[in-house]
Ligand binder design. Structure first.
Ligand code: KG4
Ligand code: ZN
Length: 379
């Protein structure tokens, strides 16, 4: 079954063709980074406009690269939420119109479910290509960590493992109560005039700093210990910067950046004091430590030995290293960076299993800014 996936929940317009939920025939992502970078964050109105511009060429390109025409696609899967409604609607309406005009089945996919399926999809592809990697088996505890989300789920599948059309169940275990982890990276980068998106640049600069220079302490949570909170950490960085030499340095950097456009990492480093680089490293260390500890605690508490990590922040090199070091007794799976960030292959893969299970969306399918995945167990 060839599924055309369409994703437009935030600032990436993406389309992909995936065969049988396990083989990517094409995956095209049109990034809007250049549009949003001067604002230091995604501007929803601009995002919708860019999606409108990109959606048709991106879908066309996905079909071209897959060597198929639209009528040869068997079904269409679109992201229905959560995300920016104006952005979601572009991909959703486009997918709906294609499904109607081509008379193909349509299914709506939760964006977070897509991120979870990115792990399974990549694992299947790696194993099929003969790579000696372990099988990503369920049940698993999944950390979805990106610019919009920081959530933990228990993921199970009914039926035999390896069965071609299992039904997946998602049980929410915890989520951020304020900022998402990626949002905190982006806001700290904006505060320090490091550029947008913040995650990749902080990741690289942090390697040059001392992660123990500033002790931000552990992030404390009342109530559910598997919830997250990153706004306090972000504010702690803000208090160290505002009105200090670090703040003046950041303003100088901001003025300098306006004259150079996109500086190289070396140039940016040359415009950062060691104190700034140490602050960046310490912030990243605190955020990563919190993500790793809560995820391991969730897996430990449930007696689950498989962990999936997905979403844009899953690209973070320290996060990958810390999971590798700290996760004795657990098997941790990350998608490659291209499948960690937003893409439509993960939407097509998740949609495939829904279609196999007989799910179909009707003409009333619509976008949801907030769209919880799974049902929490009653306390
Ligand atoms: O999954 P994604 O593409 O979009 C959302 O659904 O949000 O994730 C984008 C987020 C941004 O906040 C970006 O700063 C963060 O992922 N990110 C990283 C890294 N690469 C991307 N954060 C930390 N370290 C990275 N290497
Ligand atoms: Zn995402």
């Amino acid at each position: 079954m060839l599924v055309l996936g369409i994703e437009s929940s935030c600032d990436e317009t993406a389309a992909a063709v995936v065969a049988d939920g396990e083989s990517i025939r094409s995956s095209v992502v049109a990034s809007q980074v250049l549009t949003h970078e001067k604002y230091g964050g995604v501007v929803p109105e601009l995002a919708s406009r860019e999606h409108l511009r990109a959606i048709a060429p991106v879908v066309e390109e996905a079909c071209r690269r897959a060597g198929v025409t639209l009528p040869q696609v068997d079904a269409i899967a679109v992201t229905e939420g959560p995300g920016l409604v104006g952005s979601l609607l572009v991909g959703l309406v486009y997918g709906k119109a294609l499904a109607l005009s081509l008379n193909k089945p349509l299914v709506g996919v939760n964006h977070l479910e897509g991120h979870i399926h990115a792990v399974l999809l990549e694992n299947k592809m790696e194993r099929a290509s003969g790579k000696a990697v372990a099988e990503a088996r369920l049940p698993a505890v999944t950390l979805v960590v990106s610019g919009g989300h920081t959530s933990l789920f228990q993921v199970t599948a009914d039926g035999e493992s390896g069965q071609s059309s299992p039904r997946f169940q998602y049980r929410p275990l915890g989520r951020t109560r304020d900022d998402a982890a990626g949002e905190a990276f982006d806001k700290v980068a904006k505060l320090l005039a490091l550029g947008y998106p913040g995650g990749p640049v902080i990741d690289k600069l942090a390697r040059l700093g001392n992660p123990h220079a500033v002790d931000f302490g552990r992030i404390k949570m009342r109530g559910n210990p598997l919830d997250f909170s990153f706004s306090g950490l972000k504010t702690a960085v803000l208090y160290r910067v505002r009105g200090s030499d670090l703040g003046r340095e950041a303003e100088e950097r901001r003025a300098w950046r306006k004259t150079v456009g996109r500086p190289s990492l070396d140039d940016l480093r040359a415009h950062c004091s060691q104190e700034t680089v140490d602050l960046i490293a310490s912030f990243q260390h605190a955020a990563v430590q919190d993500l790793v500890e809560r995820t391991l605690a969730a897996a430990d508490g449930l007696g689950v030995d498989t962990i999936f990590v997905s979403g844009g922040v899953a690209c973070n090199s320290l996060l990958r290293r810390r999971f590798a070091e700290a996760s004795h007794g657990f098997q941790v799976f990350f998608p490659s960076p291209a499948l960690s960030t937003d893409n439509a292959a993960m939407i097509a893969a998740a949609g495939y299993y829904k279609l196999r299970a007989g799910e179909r969306a009707g003409i009333t399918l619509t976008a949801h800014a907030s769209f919880p995945l799974g049902v929490a167990e009653q306390a």
